[in-house]
Design a protein around this ligand. Structure first.
Ligand code: ATP
Ligand code: MG
Length: 423
């Protein structure tokens, strides 16, 4: 046992799980490109103030989940607990607003939240995040939702559906919040302590409380859909019309909320079958107020984020086949000190020709062949004393076990020629 273990809630991604990650990253990049999203990479850490404002002081993330510290210069720094605030900061700071709208950006990378680790919940995890900035059109909401949908569809997730709500806007939401708070005040004695606090700080959040005692109060709560202004109601019904036209299954979920003023209108999740407690595989929505809040011009925007660990968990559980990562097709085995010089020359010659190759590093042929097996090499090129003397190489086909002899001058061309044909 090592004296050190990884920090709670983190993971080592060993080579054996990398094919899953590579596969998911490839699908994400292909999909984003097909949808016309460009990649943006922002720093893994930002000023703490950015997240306090951009995620919101009254959120669980800012209240209790951030990895925040002072750096050596005494600057308050936070490891990003989500992508959007950093992307919006970059949008403003780099003057992207002068470009024709909408601006469609995606990111993929690690996210940090100090949560209680459990199945599918980590302290360092990874998200695929996408934003459409600069348009109020419900088509943008639709495109974000379709992008999220197609991601899971392409990964062969089954039983997909949208959970959907509108959280209104600063015009209509305050009236709804008043009605909600009034309802809760008549049930003050039946709700959990967290909800008592939420009522003060961030009342909409009572709707996604998971405590059993709060469920009847939530069930009887007024619904925001009955309080939307004309603009929000029109936006929502246009979006629903598109989803209907495409035959995408959705459930109106009155409990789906974001607690903060700059989240507006659409909020959604994608749910998938067979992933138990983590039924939501991703979440997103519109945030028309955020860019102005962070110092930019009034700019509407919509986005979503998907957790990649949960995707991979499901793929492993459902044994979704993923292609193996490519390995070098050739391994050079050598027998005896004199052959080694020739072996490294052959190694260099093959690489010069653009052929993937490794050289064995143990002395016995048996363990060299074992290495070839593990490396999934297609051929082992064996250089023994006899081969060296005759100017030849023995080629062992690892799949069939058959061997043949090829001249040293001809071997690079022979391998190249073979590689033109699929194995
Ligand atoms: P949850 O309700 O599961 O806590 P959330 O509302 O905090 O999710 P978002 O902030 O919307 O989630 O993040 C989007 C996605 O990121 C989630 O749907 C999930 O797939 C993933 N995610 C969130 N927190 C974690 C975590 N601690 N570990 C792994 N994945 C996570
Ligand atoms: Mg969470």
């Amino acid at each position: 046992m090592s004296d050190y273990s990884r920090p709670k809630g983190t993971q080592d991604f060993l080579p054996e799980v990398q094919p899953y990650w590579e596969y998911v990253r490839t699908i994400v990049a292909d999909l984003a490109r097909e949808y016309g999203f460009e990649r943006i990479d922002t720093p893994i850490f930002e000023t703490t103030e950015l997240f306090a404002r951009g995620v919101g002081d009254a959120t669980d993330i800012v209240e209790k989940e951030m990895y925040s510290f002072e750096d050596r210069g005494g600057n308050p720094i936070t490891l990003r607990p989500e992508f959007t605030a950093g992307v919006v900061r970059a949008y403003i700071e780099n003057g992207l607003r002068v470009q024709p709208k909408p601006i469609k950006l995606y990111s993929i990378g690690p996210i940090f939240r100090h949560e209680q680790p459990q199945a599918g919940r980590f302290r360092q995890f990874h998200q695929f995040n996408a934003e459409i900035i600069g348009t109020p059109s419900p088509l943008a909401d639709l495109e974000i939702m379709l992008l999220a949908w197609d991601l899971y569809d392409r990964l062969q997730f089954r039983g997909l559906s949208f959970q959907l709500n509108s959280t209104g806007c600063p015009t209509c939401r305050p009236r709804y919040v008043d009605a909600l708070v009034a309802h809760y005040h008549t049930h003050q004695d039946r709700i959990c302590e967290d909800c008592q606090r939420r009522l003060q700080r961030n009342p909409l959040r009572v709707l996604d409380c998971k405590q059993a005692q709060c469920q009847p109060v939530i069930a009887a709560a007024p619904k925001i859909s009955e309080h939307l202004c004309d603009d929000c109601a029109g936006h929502f019904s246009e979006l629903l019309g598109y989803l209907d036209a495409l035959g995408k299954p959705f459930t109106l979920n009155h409990r789906l909320v974001r607690g903060l003023d700059y989240y507006t209108k659409t909020v959604f999740e994608v749910w998938a079958e067979g992933i138990g407690a983590q039924a939501a595989v991703c979440g997103g929505g519109r945030y028309d107020g955020l860019i102005a809040l962070l110092g930019g011009p009034e700019t509407p925007a919509v986005g979503f984020a998907a957790g990649l660990e949960r995707i991979i968990m499901v793929m492993e559980a459902q044994e979704v086949p993923v292609p193996p990562l490519p390995t070098p097709p050739v391994l050079i085995a050598h027998l005896g000190a004199v052959t080694r010089l020739e072996a490294v020359r052959l190694l260099a010659a093959l690489r010069e020709a653009g052929i993937g190759v490794q050289i064995a590093m143990s002395k016995s042929l048996k363990s060299q062949l074992r290495q070839a097996d593990k490396a999934a090499a297609r051929w082992v090129l064996i250089l023994g004393g006899d081969e060296l003397a005759r100017g030849e190489v023995t080629v062992r086909d690892m799949a069939s076990g058959s061997q043949q002899t090829i001249s040293r001058e001809g071997i690079v061309a022979w391998i190249s020629e073979q590689l033109q044909h699929p194995a």
